[in-house]
Write a protein that binds this ligand. Structure first.
Ligand code: ZN
Length: 332
């Protein structure tokens, strides 16, 4: 044999082997591709059909099954796409939204709370205790006697109480978004403020200018003497005395002014009222003097809030006792 022939045979062998290998490879590739799929096709009418196909291109599968899309129809996946993993082809009207159930991995069980936390940021719930003031109440008691001016006096100061309130508070991003009272406990009861409305007490110093002058209508000599003086109205704590030793410490009947004491005329007053001051006491308006007296005496127990009326007998003085009387004072 010639060397050329030998070489030619070798070459043929190589070509043959190569061809065989390519052929086998081709078969292998073919075998790999030749895979029969069961595909579900959903038509626009809603009709579902299952077809077996070796094809994966959507258009090819449709062609194979003689399905032609109308103008207003679309297919999912698109015609030029490959069959998706769920092996479903859906033909629908162009306007419809197609949702192919995709196989979402739901291996993790996500709780609602976790989703909420994720979506609305952290919501933290805390139990909070707070001390809250209980404001005191103000109670007004009217104890006035119905006449005269009144004044308010505080007989008990109000003190706030305190309670401990338990709240359930929700925070979002550290900001309070909800606060619900769960319970409360009184730690300290409040003390009411008590105000009494009282009739104003008239003291010796409180006097008012009379709105009318009794001297103008009186007929006694004393009244006529003071008719042009505007009197002050004063309430005196009034008592009576007589010329006895018990009442005066002496029994000569001579007053501090030097004049002899005279019943239904002489009164003893405090030093705020000069000797000769005329005093009209309406309480005695029916007495012989018509209620008109003159300050002629002083006394150890006579302060400016007191008035002592001279009477003839100790019995009369005792019977009169002691009483608050409104008087008209005419100071010269
Ligand atoms: Zn007496």
């Amino acid at each position: 044999m010639k060397n050329d022939d030998k070489a030619s045979i070798s070459l043929k062998k190589i070509i043959c082997i190569t061809v065989v290998l390519i052929f086998l490879l081709g078969i292998g590739v073919m075998a790999g591709n030749v895979k029969v799929n069961s595909v579900k096709i959903v038509l626009a009418s809603g009709y579902e059909m299952n077809v077996l196909t070796t094809k994966t291109n959507i258009k090819e599968i449709l062609d194979e099954n003689h399905i032609i899309l109308l103008e207003n129809e679309k297919v999912t996946p698109n015609e030029d796409e490959e069959l998706s993993d769920n092996k479903t082809i859906i033909i629908s009207k162009d306007t419809e939204e197609v949702v192919i159930s995709s196989e979402v991995e739901t291996s993790e069980n996500v709780s609602v709370e976790e989703v909420l936390e994720e979506n609305y940021s952290k919501i933290v719930e805390k139990i909070v205790k707070e001390k809250v003031k209980i404001p005191y109440e103000t109670i007004t008691k009217d104890v006035s006697t119905g006449s005269g001016t009144t004044q308010n006096s505080v007989v008990q100061d109000g003190v706030d109480g305190e309670k401990e309130v338990t709240y359930k508070v929700k925070y979002q991003n550290d900001k309070e978004i909800e606060k619900v009272e769960i319970s409360s406990k009184v730690i300290k009861e409040p003390i009411d403020k008590i105000i009494e409305v009282r009739t104003r007490q008239v003291t010796s110093r409180s006097s008012r200018t009379a709105t009318s002058n009794p001297a103008l209508t009186a007929s006694t000599t004393l009244a006529k003497k003071v008719a042009d003086i505007t009197p002050e109205v004063v309430t005196f704590n009034t008592s009576a005395y007589c010329p006895c030793v018990s009442c005066c410490g002496k029994s000569n009947g001579i007053t501090a002014s030097g004049a002899p004491a005279c019943a239904w005329y002489t009164v003893a007053a405090g030093s705020a009222y000069p000797m000769g001051t005329v005093i009209y006491i309406p309480y005695f308006k029916d007495e012989p003097n018509g209620g008109w007296f003159v300050v002629q005496d002083r006394g150890g127990a006579i302060s400016s809030s007191k008035l002592d009326i001279f009477m003839n007998t100790h019995g009369e003085a005792l019977q009169f006792g002691r009483r608050d009387l409104e008087c008209y004072v005419y100071v010269f």
